[in-house]
Design a protein around this ligand. Structure first.
Ligand SMILES: Nc1nc2c(ncn2[C@@H]2O[C@H](COP(=O)(O)OP(=O)(O)O)[C@@H](O)[C@H]2O)c(=O)[nH]1
Ligand SMILES: [Mg+2]
Length: 181
């Protein structure tokens, strides 16, 4: 996208995650090595150093917060729109068209989701306007390699997988995925 369309001031981070509450945003950032891990509940839009922008699911559920998502998306190279493969939910129609970075969809929790749930999650992401969808598990690592490659090709430099704890060890992933945290 043209540089002029980006938000000029303020912090920047290569990757922003948005999605419903408990869809796995903070866990995925940790698994990619771009977030701190061990997060119980993301209370506010959070810049994790220069690494990532984490957002609370409420921002996607309450229209008066869309503004904050849209504005801050201009400070990222890529936005990942997440959807829980176990509990697909409604997303604002064509929300991706308003975001100011390259957007991809991510269906999460493939380790515990049924095929029907994965399909409904894909349908919801497509209705939200994404044209690229990854299916991943932050617990088993399934699908993460493909996602990493795509992120790198789209301006998100990721830390070396073997350099320290990427957080993909299920730190808090043993918790009940139904818990709305
Ligand atoms: N089984 C499984 N659980 C996951 C996965 N990703 C996240 N979770 C769990 O889902 C819950 C919500 O995750 P979290 O990252 O806090 O969601 P957020 O609200 O979108 O940031 C936590 O209990 C996580 O451990 C996954 O890929 N597989
Ligand atoms: Mg979170």
């Amino acid at each position: 996208m043209p540089a002029a369309a980006r938000s000029p001031d303020g912090p920047r981070a290569p990757l922003m995650v948005i999605g419903p509450v408990a869809s796995g945003k903070s866990t995925l950032l940790a698994a990619l090595g771009l977030g701190p891990g061990g997060i119980k509940k993301t209370e506010a839009l959070t810049y994790n150093g220069g690494m990532s922008i984490d957002t609370p699911g409420e921002m996607l559920a309450i229209p008066r917060f869309y503004n904050a998502l849209i504005l801050n998306s201009g400070r990222a190279s890529v936005v990942l729109l997440l959807m829980d493969g176990r509990k697909p939910m409604w997303l604002p129609a064509k929300i991706c068209l308003a975001l100011r970075a390259r957007v991809a969809g991510v269906v999460t929790k493939t380790d515990v989701a049924e095929p029907g749930g994965l399909g409904r999650a894909e349908t919801a992401l497509t209705a939200a306007g994404v044209d690229k969808i990854f299916k991943i598990s932050s617990v088993t690592g399934q699908g993460l390699e493909e996602l990493r490659e795509w992120l790198a090709a789209n301006g998100c430099a990721l830390p070396d997988q073997n350099a320290g704890d990427g957080g993909g060890d299920g730190q808090n992933a043993g918790d009940d995925p139904d818990v709305d945290n």
